[in-house]
Ligand binder design. Sequence first.
Ligand code: GBH
Length: 491
Amino acid sequence: SDPRQLSSKPKLPQNFFWGLATSAFQIEGSTDADGRGPSIWDDFSREPGRTLDGRNGDVATNSYQLWKEDIQLLKQYGVQAYRFSISWSRVIPLGGRDDPVNEQGIEFYSNFIDELLANGIIPFATLYHWDLPQALHDRYGGWLNKEEIVPDFANYAKLCFQRFGDRVKHWLTINEPWCVAVLGYGRGVFAPGRSSDRARNAEGNSSTEPWIVGHSLIIAHAHAVKLYREEFKSLQQGSIGITLNGDWAMPYDDSPENVEAAQHALDFAIGWYADPIYLGFYPPYMKEVLGSRLPSFTPEEMEVVRGSSDFYGMNTYTTNLIKAGGIDEFQGFSQYTFTRADGTQLGTQAHCAWLQIYPEGFRQLLNYLWRRYQHPIYVTENGFAVKDENSKPLDETLQDDDRVEYFEGATRSLLEAINEDGVDIRSYFGWSFLDNFEWADGYGTRFGVTYVDYETQERLPKASVKFLTSWFTEHTYNHATSEDPTSEDKP
Ligand code: GBH
């Protein structure tokens, strides 16, 4: 019999990891230490008006210096895994395939990985979490230039596999390509700040560049994976894939046009990347809407792209109600709302406009992705934002009840999706380990399960991490407990 049935609490599968996530630019600071080259977020975040509080990534949570303390805190939390990203311009300061490698940058991540493992924490490494080396943007337009960026990204990926792949067995190529393309080259709110919005002094073309950039991202991802599979996988025995953002799109009501609009929203938000990678073609609706503005894959490209992810990496935060008749091309001309037809809200509002709590949507999205793409799912980000309020005492900030409500719902839905719906889910990472640099929102919007005092860099656990630690401790399959009658026989 399945030993999981013998315990009072239903368990997660044996191959499941829970942990917390961050990214390099959001936590490291020390932007000119030890030979690091600038990234597109360095100058962008320093420009007036780019971040809500006018602050940049120069210090962040100072994790480039406090990394050992950070790892001790992760250990104290009892995480099984930690998801972090590698800064491209720390290891190749100018970024390109003919540019020199910075051994000090390599050493930093190498020591970091060793320290995680020495503390029993499994590293999940993201290669690209938005911090493109500035030199590549200046030299040839970065992601706009497929011919140059694809071999440069593959070269950077190869360096990481060579230097870290003996110890890193879980690789994520690119974090949320939708955000890179749309927010960086369409709306222009993220680096490099390109868009058609001349009022913001932007250069760019929002009707063509996002689709070109998206295409480059897919192909760059696929080439990194091809390289890993051909040159490293048999020796290193790891797995590799992409991680996509995407929230559940629930029809506003059951009218056929709103049901169709919800699928259109999913096509633009998720299918743009997931359809080519897992199914082998761009969503037909995107082609219909964008025409020749959507690049097409050559047969050689598609050969590399199709099947280029060992799993589905899933970053998800919320659910939107979807109506037909929107004006936003990036949302597939569907309208997003949190207000139901009866005037009520979908759930508790986070302190950022785009996020409300709706755990049932998480379960439905897990089911949708599992059935449509048929790959094991790694939940690589999931979390909740609370804004700084000056008048609020610290003990109330640490008692983050709304975030606890969020994680209670998410973990319940996770378990239901696994045990009742049969979805193959392999990880859950809360976003984020620390309060950190929330991109264009600056530091006032906090996603951390750990409070960071930006004056002193003191870290303080919030109630939400206590919840996560105890929930996962109760639900994690433990080979050594008496719940498993066969455990004594195992070596
Ligand atoms: C993630 O993105 C990022 O990976 C992470 O770095 C970040 O800190 C975290 O979430 C929290 O934001 O149309 O302008 O209203 C989350 C995915 C997709 C969420 C775009 C916000 C709406 C932006 N994001 N979405 S906008």
